[in-house]
Design a protein around this ligand. Structure first.
Ligand code: FMN
Length: 172
């Protein structure tokens, strides 16, 4: 049996001219949505991120990938600790507010954890991390963090991200 590449009309070789297509193809991978927070000298920096992934149970490690071109990149590059919040289906407004504005959480009166990282309550899960490694990843970097503390809610549906849109995911 032979397998022919490019059989599909939607097949393409990623290059500089079709990054939009590649973004759309990446968008076929449904993910959850997180907000990553860090304390900075300018206040609470936050970013909406769907690049989050669990990595290791022992030691407990997670990753996410900030865009080097983001205006908020330097805040997360400098932060040694941060918190990753997994959003619930009701938190779509928060998802877009933080996507628009790095300091959208500044007036939210967040509590600080042991490392001084501002943390959100009422998310589906929260991972409070210390950065352990940063790997080159093209126009992004891959940030690996050790999970110092984790918490989760028993109930609630996740906010899902698919084809550029967010919505409730219900498992049944
Ligand atoms: C659902 C969703 C997921 C996102 N995931 C990431 C991500 O993983 N990494 C990233 O750098 N930006 C991600 N972004 C973009 C940022 O949240 C934010 O919109 C962007 O950094 C804005 O540009 P600025 O930082 O230059 O203001 C995502 C946005 C949305 C809405």
């Amino acid at each position: 049996m032979s397998i022919h590449a490019s059989a599909s009309p939607n097949a393409f070789v990623p290059d500089e001219s079709n990054t939009r297509l590649l973004r759309d193809a990446f968008g076929r991978f449904a993910t959850g949505v997180t907000i990553v927070t860090a304390a900075t000298e300018d206040g609470v920096a936050a970013i909406t991120a769907n690049s989050f992934s669990s990595v290791s149970l022992s030691p407990p490690l997670v990753l996410w990938s900030p865009d080097k071109a983001s205006r908020r990149f330097s805040y997360f590059e400098q932060a040694t600790s941060y918190a990753v919040h997994v959003l619930s289906a009701e938190q779509d407004d928060l998802c877009w507010a933080v996507a628009r504005d790095a300091f959208a959480l500044n007036d939210h009166n967040l509590s600080l954890n042991a490392e001084g990282v501002p943390v959100l309550e009422n998310c589906l899960a929260r991972f409070e991390c210390t950065k352990t490694a940063v790997y080159e990843g093209g126009d992004h970097v891959i940030m690996l963090g050790q999970v110092n503390r984790a918490q989760m809610r028993e109930e609630g549906d996740p906010l899902a991200f698919y084809k550029g849109q967010v919505g409730r995911f219900t498992a049944d």
